[in-house]
Design a protein around this ligand. Structure first.
Ligand code: NOJ
Length: 751
């Protein structure tokens, strides 16, 4: 083609561009708009939409080249922008200076709050309170959207059965059903009722899939998960998020049965797209496309891009293999135009759904929603409900406000930075309230509060300050000992081979306990810790996780009885790291340990033969330190009269139980419904959580609580992906935790 002709056709091409600035009213209109836009896009522009870059003024991306990339249509999204101003500046280039004026989408990890920090997700899950978790998600959306963020990389829906894994902190526990329920609540909170509202943000179900099954609890490690296990344990929470309308998924870092999850045709194309009909888009994890080279699944970036695009990872985070190799792959026929179009269509669809075409900018004149009174109220409520009372001998708690002298001891009693948790986003340590900082507000005028950290830092091995802590304890009537794991020992890449209290904390606890003063332990952590020595020496234990901005007020509300603990564990606490993996919904094995553990166990140090050939360890009791679902209250609850009603017309299983508050305080009980299929084509778990209810009961009150279980919730998948709902005998419990209660039996008739 001669030059004048080329110029002419370019000009014609430019003129033909249709720009979308009105919000399509319906999904059908969105599809039409997406189709029109797609038909005008060059290959480079398509690959640009499929690229997400890290925004960092200091290192990776300088603002000038970011703007150029946007102008040239080489990037469709940024993660981690630093402010609404940055967002607006780049957005202006996108919608005014780029050829097709396609807005950018900006994302960040708003995992447990943006500026107002909520407890880490593992803590949040112990509230078993979807409404409150949804409210927290809403707060996070309102706060982050005020800074131009319209997309969060949350909720994390991985199932974790290994407390060594640092990312257990980000999970919603070990149970597939509960994770699905709470994850869906987060999705609703983030996305709001109207996705186009400027304070709604798209959620992202991650890390798809199996990431939590990392061998040995080591982050990024290999996962080997049979299909039945994948479908029964690891996929349901993602499906629940899809049903809740989640707009995006993130493919994970791990390889799954030998195939990296960021190039996994089975999980992405077959399950997510085909079986579930997901129509949003999938973003890779940070360079997880490129990492397929290190996995040994691709020889180079060219091969990595081929795997990612073929599998249906629509957007590449940070690495640029799509952008750099997409055209060559297309020429070679290694990928198809249909695949690229499908990916771009998905990305544009979500951008339209968010209203970004009609409303690309962030209104910086809105009054700042950050850390508002209401946001702090939600944070305090969720922190309070996330904490789990593990022990309360002789009702040491709640403390009387008139206790004469209280010693607040421990390296975490006044460590604001450690209250934040593993994904503190834009939360500032200086805004987090510690136990010690608010303690005085809770005690009477005549009470004395002594403070001694005992250790400079939670991981410190320098014992020189322990003497001062002992001195304070001696002068006190009661000791509140704040111990645990500092925030930097949990989260991504923060795996531990030992999950004991770090540093010299055990020495501190032993020295304080030697004073004979009653001890209330407040334990912080991003995971279940093994802390048997400390636990044995304390009368009361409150497990507080990393509670976020309102840590101190929430803890003190509980310590002084302004609130009554209702949190229940969502992860099994092992006695020792050697028991891991340890989870309540395990299989029975052919050699289950007899109910009387003494009959089974041979104490070490004896010359006896093992007493029985059981599936057990000889050197510890088999039960966990604290089971899944466990948590105490300042009141007590009694369960009675568990009954099954005749199934309704749809064959739903209806169970009722009477729950009584038998103590002297009002309280909330989280009642848990478990089932077990006694005989199955595949071996079945000894218990599976199928439902739960939070039941508020006044002191002395009792109520009949009704559960209705759809029949299909008793079904499961086999290793060929077939769903089985099998007739036969089942057990059903409604109980205060996974280790309690007697079941009723029922028969599911042949369908
Ligand atoms: C890597 C983490 O695995 C993922 O959870 C996070 O969303 C991305 N980095 C982006 O920060």
């Amino acid at each position: 083609m001669r030059l004048p002709h080329l110029l002419l056709s370019c000009a014609a091409f430019m003129l033909a561009v249709t720009v979308f600035s009105a919000q399509p009213a319906t999904e059908a209109e969105i599809e039409i708009a997406v189709g029109k836009l797609l038909s005008q896009m060059t290959l480079a522009e398509k690959l640009g939409q499929m690229s997400q870059q890290h925004y960092d003024t200091k290192s990776l991306t300088n603002p000038v080249s970011s703007a150029n990339a946007v102008r040239n249509g080489q990037v469709g999204s940024f993660l981690n922008p630093d402010s609404a101003e940055t967002v607006n500046k780049l957005q202006k280039v996108a919608v005014e200076e780029s050829r097709l004026k396609i807005p950018l989408i900006f994302g960040i990890d708003v995992i447990h709050g943006y500026r107002t920090l909520f407890p880490i997700p593992l803590g949040q899950s112990c509230s078993w309170n979807p409404e409150l978790i949804e409210a927290a998600g809403r707060v996070a959306a309102v706060e982050s959207s005020s800074a131009g963020i319209r997309w969060t990389f949350a909720p994390m829906l991985d199932i974790a059965r290994d407390a060594r894994w640092g990312r257990i902190a980000e999970t919603l526990g070990e149970d597939p059903y509960l994770t699905g329920q709470l994850g869906a609540a987060m999705v609703r909170g983030f996305q709001g009722k109207d996705l186009t509202a400027p304070d709604s943000i798209a959620a992202c179900a991650k890390h798809y899939v199996g990431y939590g099954a990392a061998e040995g609890g080591r982050d990024y490690n290999t996962t080997l998960i049979p299909e039945a296990e994948l479908r029964n344990i690891y996929l349901p929470s993602f499906r629940a998020a899809k049903e809740a309308g989640v707009q995006t998924f993130m493919s994970a870092f791990n390889d799954l049965n030998g195939v990296p999850t960021s190039g996994n045709v089975f999980t992405l194309r077959q399950v997510l797209q085909k079986e579930w009909g997901f129509d949003g888009f999938v973003v890779s994890d940070w360079e997880s496309i490129k990492e397929m080279i290190a996995h040994g699944a691709a020889a180079d970036l060219h091969g990595a891009a081929r795997l990612g695009i073929n599998a249906g990872v629509d957007m590449e985070m940070v690495s640029t293999s799509y952008r750099d190799h997409g055209a060559a792959l297309l020429r070679e026929g290694a990928i198809s135009t249909a695949m690229l179009d499908d990916s771009v269509r998905r990305i544009l669809r979500v951008k339209f759904r968010l209203g970004l075409f009609s409303n690309p900018y962030t209104d910086t004149t809105r009054p700042s929603p950050l850390l508002s009174e209401e946001n702090l109220r939600v944070a305090r409520a969720l922190a309070t409900e996330s904490m789990v009372l593990l022990k309360n001998e002789k009702s040491l708690l709640p403390l009387s406000a008139n206790t004469k002298t209280i010693a607040v001891i421990g390296p975490l009693a006044d460590s604001a930075v450690d209250m934040r948790g593993c994904w503190s986003c834009r939360g500032e340590a200086s805004e987090c309230r510690t136990v010690y900082s608010v303690f005085k507000d809770y005690v009477g005028a005549k009470s004395k509060v002594l403070y001694a950290p005992g250790l400079e830092h939670a991981s410190s091995t320098d014992t020189s300050e322990i003497a001062a802590a002992v001195k304070a304890a001696r002068k006190a009537d009661v000791v509140v000992l704040c111990i645990g794991e500092p925030h930097e020992l949990s989260g991504e890449a923060r795996c531990r081979a030992f999950i004991d209290l770090p540093g010299a904390q055990d020495q501190l606890i032993s020295a304080v306990a030697a004073t004979g003063k009653p001890i209330v332990l407040v334990v912080f952590g991003g995971r279940p810790l093994t802390f048997a020595n400390a636990a044995a020496k304390a009368q009361s234990i409150l497990y507080a996780w990393h509670p976020g901005t309102m840590a101190g007020p929430a803890i003190c509300d509980l310590l002084f009885g302004r609130a009554n603990p209702s949190g229940k564990l969502t992860t099994t606490f092992p006695r020792t790291v050697g028991q891991i993996p340890l989870y309540y919904n395990h299989k029975n094995t052919g050699r289950p340990v007899p109910l009387d553990p003494k009959a089974a166990q041979t104490p070490l140090g004896t010359a006896e033969d093992p007493k029985g050939y059981y599936s057990q360890y000889l050197d510890i009791p088999q039960a966990p330190a604290y089971p899944f679902g466990f948590g105490l209250s300042y009141t007590t609850f009694a369960y009675s009269d568990l009954k099954l009603e005749a199934p309704d017309a749809n064959g739903a299983i209806i169970a009722t139980v009477t729950i009584a508050n038998t103590g002297t305080r009002d309280g909330v009980e989280v009642a848990q419904l478990y089932t077990r299929q006694l005989v199955g084509t595949l071996t079945r778990p000894v218990k599976e959580l199928k439902s739960f209810q939070r039941v508020a009961l006044k002191a002395g009150e009792q109520r009949s609580v009704r559960f209705e279980l759809p029949k299909h919730s008793l079904g499961y998948y086999d290793n060929t992906g077939r769903f089985l709902l099998e007739p036969g005998k089942y057990h059903l419990w409604i109980a205060p935790n996974s280790a309690k209660g007697a079941p009723v039996e029922f028969v599911l008739p042949t369908q």
